[in-house]
Design a binder for this molecule. Structure first.
Ligand SMILES: NC(=O)c1ccc[n+]([C@@H]2O[C@H](COP(=O)([O-])OP(=O)(O)OC[C@H]3O[C@@H](n4cnc5c(N)ncnc54)[C@H](O)[C@@H]3O)[C@@H](O)[C@H]2O)c1
Length: 270
């Protein structure tokens, strides 16, 4: 059975990956910033609920809380994961989001629509939440994968990495950094048998996404539920099978790729 670490794993897309991967027989290590994080958008009431659902698939589930903007917390996470599972086959870096604030539940709110003129503090919060969480996680995990001469890394960027996006400046910059980190690392880690790929979801109906759309503009909510297969906002379940492909042996010769998961919304290459 493969052992997978999912950051930002107790809510939204990270939670969806955890449930889907466990249904496919992967052991799951969940990490998030705090025990409260999973409750912020009412997706679940308690982490025990998540553990129970994942374990009901006959796999192991373990969790650990860490603020991944802090290097030493990421290092402790990696050590604890290895102490618990023995090996690490894959990591999905879903921690992130375009919210500002730095509270312990990662609840925050959109920083004045993330315009160019948000405060430096807000800029730093958003950048750290999206880029440093990814960098710190990989810096902590990769040495273990190098020892094993095996590992699958799936980083989580956004379609924003490919375009100029008005009022999402810092988030777009941070997600571009995640993408370029992934590509560079894919080259650097080839000799170690480690694959690094990056997914770029388009708008996806997680609790956070729906909350920020509601807060932004009630009219934006209209049209989210078109019946057309490719002409709608993604469900979290549209993303998980792509993540599983990148963690599985089916993608053993795929590395350095950037895969948009947006129903063809942005057909341009990244
Ligand atoms: N939903 C979308 O439309 C969409 C689109 C493209 C990309 N994404 C990306 O997918 C990922 C998941 O998004 P989501 O919509 O599920 O949002 P979300 O806010 O529900 O998930 C983000 C997760 O990251 C965790 N997190 C935040 N800061 C952290 C920190 N300092 N340390 C550890 N964990 C931390 C949160 O607690 C949460 O579990 C994010 O990286 C987001 O940028 C989402």
């Amino acid at each position: 059975m493969k052992n997978i670490l999912i950051t930002g794993g107790t809510r939204g897309l990270g939670l969806e990956y955890a449930k889907y991967l466990s249904s496919k027989g992967y052991n799951i290590g969940l990490t998030d910033i705090s025990a409260e994080a999973c409750t912020v958008y009412d997706e679940v009431q308690d982490i025990k609920e998540i553990m129970h659902e994942i374990e009901s698939n006959g796999v192991k589930c373990w969790h650990y809380f860490a603020d991944l903007t802090k290097r030493e917390e990421a290092d402790k996470l990696a050590k604890n994961f290895i102490d618990n599972f023995g090996t690490i086959d894959g990591v999905v870096t879903s921690a992130g989001g375009d919210i500002s604030g730095s509270d312990k539940a990662a609840s925050g709110g959109k920083a004045d629509n993330n315009s160019f003129f948000i405060s430096f503090q807000e800029h730093e919060n958003i950048f750290k939440r999206n880029y440093y969480t990814c960098l710190n996680t990989l810096r902590a995990i990769v040495p273990y994968m190098q020892q094993q001469k095996y590992g699958k890394i799936v980083t989580v960027s956004s379609v924003n990495a490919a375009f100029g996006v008005e009022k999402e400046t810092t988030y777009s910059v941070a997600k571009s950094s995640v993408l370029q980190l992934s590509r560079s690392l894919a080259k650097e880690l080839r000799k170690d048998g480690i694959n690094v790929n990056c997914i770029l979801p388009g708008p996806t109906k997680t609790g956070r996404f729906l909350a920020t759309v509601r807060g932004r503009n009630p009219h934006d909510l209209e049209g989210l539920n078109s019946a057309e297969r490719l002409l709608r906002v993604a469900e979290p379940s549209d993303v998980s099978p792509v993540v599983e492909f990148l963690l599985s042996d089916a993608s053993n010769f795929v590395s350095g790729e950037a895969i948009k998961i947006d129903g063809g919304l942005f057909p341009q290459p990244v």
